[in-house]
Design a protein around this ligand. Structure first.
Ligand code: S3P
Length: 173
């Protein structure tokens, strides 16, 4: 039988990449990051793609790499925060994986992304406002995940990984 993928979704700065790495150590599974695939396949940084080609172009690239990642078996997929915007992405990811939403407050997110310039959507005068607006729009989409972990409910990344690990065992994944 096909081994399910573990799919991490959540807003920028919610800790997906760190959790993915820790979870990989715990489970021995390989990590695939949609952003990393885009950078590898285009030879361009995410920020550069947004600046030169725009968000719609980036979303098309993202759609392609999501399909590639979802076609893998038994891997951990670290999704860019906007992967949830496309219903087709959900169809691919849910077909072969279990989707876990890392939920975080706007304040937590701001703290994580502070001083980093690699999130084009948050490179604005008032990033907290942008975070709140985008989170408002996307909350309903993230809610389609199979399992949610709120950063405010756990002691830290290690605790998040333990919860996911327990959930995987409960679901026999
Ligand atoms: C985006 C999230 C980013 C990256 C791009 C767009 C988004 O990934 O894909 O900047 O729309 O939320 P991370 O969530 O890994 O930062």
């Amino acid at each position: 039988m096909r081994q399910k993928n573990i799919v991490l979704v959540g807003f920028m700065g919610s800790g997906k990449s760190t959790v993915a790495r820790q979870l990989a150590k715990l489970t021995g599974r390989k990590v695939i990051s949609t952003d990393v695939l885009i950078v590898e396949q285009t030879g361009q940084a995410i920020r550069q793609i947004f600046e030169e080609k725009g968000e719609a172009y980036f979303r098309q690239l993202e759609k392609n790499v999501v399909a590639q990642a979802a076609a893998q078996e038994g891997v951990i997929i670290d999704c860019g925060g906007g992967v949830v915007l496309d219903p087709g992405n959900w169809a691919h990811l849910k077909k072969t994986g279990l989707v876990i939403y890392l939920s975080a407050t706007p304040e937590f997110i701001l703290e994580q992304i502070k001083g980093k310039k690699n999130r084009p959507l948050l490179n604005v005068a008032n990033p907290l406002k942008a975070i709140k607006e985008l989170l408002d729009q996307r909350q309903v989409l993230y809610a389609q995940a199979d399992f949610t972990i709120a950063s405010s409910d756990v002691a830290g990344i290690q605790d998040m990984c333990t919860r996911i690990w327990e959930f995987m065992q409960e679901k026999d994944i």
